[in-house]
Design a protein around this ligand. Structure first.
Ligand SMILES: Nc1nc2c(ncn2[C@@H]2O[C@H](COP(=O)(O)OP(=O)(O)OP(=O)(O)O)[C@@H](O)[C@H]2O)c(=O)[nH]1
Length: 335
C-alpha cells in the first residue's frame, strides 16, 4: 500500500509564532521536501509574502501556497481540497505538508476535511501543533474580566478560539518564554495544561525554535479521533466570523518611521487592536521594512531589498474584535 503523506496543522492565536515556527521547520528541513499551505484572516496576505522572501536553500518557489481571504476551516471544499490534491499530483510531491492556519481559525473543521474520500487514502494529519503566546496568556489576554463574567449570556470569542485550538492539539509549544520570568512561565504552563487532552505534552520555546523531529512525525492520525477533541462549536455546522474583523491600510513611502511607529502603538492601545502587520517603504531606504505588532509589542526590521520593478508603497493589515473604528484608526496611523 502507498504510504500516506503526513500533514501537520499549525494552529495558535494571532501572533503566537506560527510563521516563525514554519520558517524554522523549513530552514531545518533535513532534506525533506516540505510544502506549505498558509491561510490568513483578511484579504492581504503577509505571512506567505514574508516566507517567500526567506531565502531558504531547498525551498522551491512553488513550495508555498497562499490561500488568502477567508477562513480555511470554512472554505475547505472550495479551496483547500483542490490545493491538497494538486500538491499530491505534482511530479515531485512533497514529503511533508505544513498547513499554517489563521490565528482565528478553528483546527477541528480542517482536520475533519481529511475524511474526504478524495484525499483520505493519500494524506493523514500527522499532528496538530498549537503555538501559544505565553506572554499573552500571562497578560490575561484570553481570560474574562470579572465584569464580563458577571454579564448574562456573555461569551468571549477570544477565549473560545484559544480553547478550541488547545483542545485539538497533539503537541503544544509554549512560545515567547523569553519575555517572561521562569516562575511566570511555570504558572502559564500549568494554566494551559488544564485545557489539554490527557497526555498532551507542552514544550517551552522561544522564537518557536524546536527540533523538527519533535514536531514532525507524530503519526497522530488526528482525523481518526476527532471525537476526542472537543470544540465550543461542535453543535454548529461552521462558525461565523462576525466576532472579528480585518482591513488593510495603504501607506505611501514613509519619511519618519519612528513617528509612524508611535502612532501605530497609540492606535493599538486606543482601539484594542489584536494584531497588526505589514510592509512599509521608507524614504531613502533600499529595503522593504516589516512591521509586526502583537498587542502592544512591536517589532520592525528590513527583510529584503525592493525589486527594481516593485512599486515602493506599504500596507498594514489590522485585525481586531468587530466594532473596530476603521476610519479613526486610518486617521491615527495615516498621520
Ligand atoms: N519575543 C518573542 N517574540 C516572538 C517569539 N516568537 C515570535 N515572536 C514575534 O512575534 C511576532 C508574531 O510572530 P509570527 O510568527 O508572525 O506569529 P503568527 O502566529 O504567525 O501570527 P499570525 O499569522 O498573524 O497569527 C513577530 O514579531 C515575531 O518575531 C518569541 O518566542 N519571543
Amino acid at each position: 500500500m502507498m504510504s500516506k503523506v503526513p500533514a501537520t496543522v499549525i494552529t495558535g492565536f494571532l501572533g503566537a509564532g506560527k510563521t516563525t515556527l514554519v520558517r524554522h521547520l523549513m530552514e531545518n528541513n533535513q532534506g525533506k521536501r516540505i510544502a506549505l499551505i498558509v491561510n490568513e484572516f483578511g484579504d492581504k496576505g503577509v505571512d506567505g509574502e514574508l516566507l517567500a522572501s526567506c531565502g531558504i536553500t531547498g525551498c522551491a518557489e512553488d513550495a508555498i501556497i497562499e490561500l488568502a481571504n477567508g477562513c480555511l476551516c470554512c472554505t475547505v471544499a472550495d479551496e483547500f481540497l483542490p490545493t491538497i490534491q494538486s500538491l499530491l499530483e505534482r511530479a515531485n510531491p512533497p514529503d511533508h505538508i505544513l498547513i499554517e492556519t489563521s490565528g482565528l481559525a478553528l483546527p477541528k473543521p480542517l482536520v475533519k476535511a481529511f475524511h474526504w474520500p478524495e484525499i483520505r487514502s493519500k494524506v493523514t494529519v500527522d499532528g496538530v501543533i498549537a503555538v501559544v503566546d505565553a506572554a499573552a496568556v500571562a497578560d490575561g489576554r484570553f481570560a474574562d474580566s470579572p465584569e464580563a463574567m458577571a454579564q448574562p449570556d456573555h461569551d468571549n470569542p477570544l477565549e473560545e478560539v484559544f480553547e478550541d485550538q488547545l483542545a485539538c492539539a497533539d503537541l503544544v509549544l509554549l512560545n515567547k518564554t523569553d519575555l517572561l520570568h521562569p516562575d511566570t512561565v511555570a504558572q502559564v504552563h500549568q494554566q494551559v495544561a488544564q485545557d489539554l487532552r490527557a497526555g498532551i505534552k507542552v514544550v517551552r520555546t522561544s522564537k518557536s525554535a524546536i527540533d523538527p523531529r519533535v514536531v514532525l512525525g507524530l503519526s497522530a492520525a488526528a482525523e481518526d479521533d476527532l471525537a476526542a477533541r472537543p470544540s465550543h462549536h461542535d453543535a454548529e455546522d461552521g462558525h461565523d466570523h462576525d466576532d472579528f474583523t480585518s482591513f488593510a491600510i495603504a501607506l505611501a513611502s514613509i519619511a519618519d518611521i519612528e513617528a509612524l511607529e508611535e502612532r501605530i502603538l497609540d492606535a493599538i492601545a486606543t482601539h484594542d487592536i489584536l494584531r497588526l502587520k505589514g510592509f512599509l517603504a521608507v524614504e531613502g531606504k533600499p529595503a522593504r521594512a516589516v512591521i509586526q505588532a502583537v498587542g502592544t509589542r512591536l517589532e520592525r526590521w528590513f527583510d529584503r531589498p525592493w525589486k527594481s520593478d516593485e512599486v515602493r508603497t506599504g500596507h498594514l493589515v489590522v485585525i481586531g474584535r468587530t466594532g473596530l473604528d476603521r476610519a479613526a484608526i486610518e486617521r491615527a496611523i495615516g498621520g
